[in-house]
Write a protein that binds this ligand. Structure first.
Ligand SMILES: C[S@@+](CC[C@H](N)C(=O)[O-])C[C@H]1O[C@@H](n2cnc3c(N)ncnc32)[C@H](O)[C@@H]1O
Length: 230
């Protein structure tokens, strides 16, 4: 049976909040780089956030006046409850859906969004679903629209088992802010549910969708931020 990739997020959002508050996945550096890009887009923007979690960071990357519409989706109802609070300054422009991100993307209107954002969620999808992510994002983006992808990525040439070993090694040595039980849960989640691609493979998927311009915004170990556009 396939392991539920969001079990850990449904059951223990508090562990992920600990990961964020101790900057274990470099949210701070990534947030700075993405905010710099978003500052060049005064808006008002239509934003689609896939796997939005509790929206802590997107809420800090965008100013309320910059957003015409924010649509976030996530499969964790607990995270969405927190997101609702975090996004209060954005008022009525916010729509939150407890739904699968691929399904939401397939139903999104054509030529509608200025930004499709996804933070640390894409690596849970299969390769075919990742292609769908780029293809459907391109369809729903307006002219000059951008995909901003924050995710874990394998080093070029690094195979998945080697990635799992290295990342879990880093969890064992550097994630001492988590209890041993929490570390075990995270390592199990990584081994069973994380399928990151290399930056080059993601560029190929984006290219297949006609998104031929791409640039890296930030890289901290396996944690990267990229922008793709037509
Ligand atoms: C590591 S958290 C990231 C949350 C937030 N975007 C951030 O950057 O901090 C990954 C989130 O993706 C969600 N997720 C995973 N697979 C999903 C899917 N197929 N559809 C919607 N949400 C999904 C999980 O529930 C979880 O909230």
């Amino acid at each position: 049976m396939k392991t539920d990739p969001i079990y850990i997020f449904r059951k223990t959002w508090a562990t992920y909040q600990k990961v964020i508050s101790n900057n274990l996945m470099f949210h701070k550096e990534i947030l700075t780089a993405v905010r710099e890009l978003l500052e060049t887009r005064p808006g008002p923007l239509n934003v689609l956030d896939l796997g939005c979690g509790d929206a802590t960071h997107i809420g800090k990357m965008l100013n309320p006046g910059q957003v015409a519409e924010y649509c976030g989706c996530d499969l964790s109802p607990y995270a969405l409850d927190v997101a609702r609070k975090n996004l209060e300054p954005f008022g009525t422009s916010v729509k939150l859906l407890c739904r699968d991100m691929v399904a939401v993307l397939r139903e999104a209107p054509a030529n509608h969004f200025d930004v499709v954002y996804s933070g640390y969620a894409l690596h849970h999808l299969s390769l075919e679903e990742k292609q769908t992510f780029f293809t459907e994002s391109r369809r729903t983006l307006r002219k000059n629209g951008q995909i901003i992808l924050v995710d874990v990525m394998r080093e070029e040439e690094q195979l998945l088992p080697a990635y799992h070993d290295s990342y879990n090694g880093a969890v064992a040595t550097h994630w001492e802010a988590l209890t041993p039980d929490e570390q075990d849960q995270v390592q199990e989640h990584i081994r069973n549910c994380d399928f990151p691609e290399t930056p080059t493979d993601l560029q190929k998927l984006a290219g297949n969708a006609g998104l031929t311009s791409s640039r890296r915004l930030e890289k901290q170990t396996w944690h990267e931020a990229w922008c793709y556009q037509a």
